[in-house]
Design a protein around this ligand. Structure first.
Ligand code: SF4
Ligand code: SF4
Length: 143
């Protein structure tokens, strides 16, 4: 870790559970085969049926969860939040410490413009931020 790392003092984040990252805009919620298996089991669905009903290919071998007509994630409920929370994909767990967000202070601030939990809450060390971003599960961008 270099001395000139812009987030060498760590980054603050505390989710406010506003649902902003799960609703209201179109985006990719990347899911791996293992994650698909876990959510399918949770819903008591055969994996093939789950794939047909809840996932879509977004190219390059990437599979995403689908969206509702209003662009909310298919598993977002405005009262409950994420209805598959303990089995949510890695991409959802690692936000906001995605490589695409920590690339520069400008990118981080852009993310903070839509996520009110960024720059607030618990301080996360630069080592943890770096480690998380190395396997962020994302396909690059929130939208
Ligand atoms: S937008 Fe940020 S604060 Fe709101 S639910 Fe998502 S991660 Fe939490
Ligand atoms: S799976 Fe859950 S945490 Fe991830 S985008 Fe959908 S509702 Fe949000």
């Amino acid at each position: 870790m270099g001395d000139d790392l812009w987030y060498k003092e760590g980054l603050r984040f505390g989710c406010l559970r506003c649902g902003g990252c799960c609703s209201g805009f179109s985006g990719t919620v990347r899911v791996t085969d293992d994650e698909i298996g876990a959510i399918a089991r949770r819903l008591n669905l055969p994996e093939a049926e789950f794939r047909n009903s809840y996932t879509r290919s977004v190219g390059g071998g990437v599979i995403s969860l689908t969206e509702k007509e209003n662009k909310d994630c298919v598993f977002f409920d405005k009262d409950e939040g994420c209805t598959v929370y303990t089995d949510r994909p890695r991409q959802c767990r690692t936000w906001p410490f995605w490589r695409s967000n920590i690339d520069s202070p400008e990118r981080w601030q852009r993310g903070a413009g839509r996520c009110p939990g960024m720059d607030k809450g618990m301080l996360h060390s630069a080592d943890l931020v770096e480690e998380t971003s190395e396997n962020d599960g994302s396909s690059g961008s929130i939208s």
